[in-house]
Design a protein around this ligand. Structure first.
Ligand code: 3PY
Ligand code: MG
Length: 237
């Protein structure tokens, strides 16, 4: 079995992008982050934007794509473009996690279809990609042990905004809950039992640090929008 070489994994720091164009994404790829996530679920990007950004990807940060949904062809396209990891939103049970893994790997591991895009701009048709599934609902939390245990799940990535909405709480309350029965404790225990990294969308360094205190260390520590605002504030200070 091939293993992932993704920069998206334990003790990694990434930036989450919903607005930056190719030039901005490339600049962030060279800024020291381990990975740059391009958000096709909530960001402004479509298929053409993704291909334009991926074609000139400079590294060294890994290109990560959050696909718009658990969708076979979106996962294949992101990987064809050259993403080293896909993040699949709203995965709610083991069957959905298996479908995500299946779409992300070539046979015999999965059903990914072979495309020509990556090789056409010098990329490889590598199968050493990472498939992360997002746990971000009460339903997913109830199944998280089974989700994390699905062979081929490369990381469980927490969407705190949707998870807190679904649980009827707030991101702050989720992070403040240090009880052994807390949602974050349940997720990290499931990940530890399955030997799978736990990650989360922090969105800014302070929130990311609060996730790290829970033992969650594959983190979106900033967003492109946060960096623009922080840069503007720094310039004016
Ligand atoms: C969430 O917090 O729900 C996310 O999906 C992060 O973008
Ligand atoms: Mg979400």
């Amino acid at each position: 079995m091939t293993t992932s070489t993704s920069g998206f994994g334990p003790r990694s720091r990434g930036v989450w992008c919903s607005e930056a164009g190719p030039g901005g994404l490339w600049r962030l790829a060279c800024a020291g982050f381990d990975w740059v996530a391009v958000d096709l679920q909530h960001g402004r990007y479509d298929r053409r934007d993704l291909l334009e950004a991926a074609r000139g990807w400079p590294g060294p940060a890994e290109l990560v794509v959050r696909v718009p949904a658990l969708d076979f062809s979106s996962i294949g396209l992101a990987l064809d473009a050259g993403a080293g990891a896909v993040v699949v939103p709203q995965v709610e049970d083991a069957a959905q996690a298996r479908a995500a893994v299946d779409a992300a790997h070539y046979p015999p591991r999965g059903r990914r279809s072979a495309g020509q895009l990556g090789p056409s701009w010098g990329g490889s048709t590598r199968d050493a990609v990472l498939c992360a599934v997002m746990v971000e609902s009460a339903a997913a939390l109830a199944e998280v042990e089974d989700i994390a245990a699905v062979p081929g799940v490369g990381a469980v990535f927490i969407g705190p905004n949707d998870l807190s909405l679904s649980l009827g709480t707030t991101v702050d309350a989720l992070l403040d809950d240090r009880s052994p029965a807390s949602p974050l404790a349940r997720i990290t225990a499931a990940c530890a039992a399955a030997d799978v990294p736990a990650g989360a969308y922090g969105g800014d360094p302070a929130t990311a640090e609060r996730f790290r205190a829970h033992g969650i260390d594959c983190l979106a520590v900033a967003t492109d929008l946060w960096i623009t605002q922080a840069g503007a504030a720094a310039a004016l200070a």
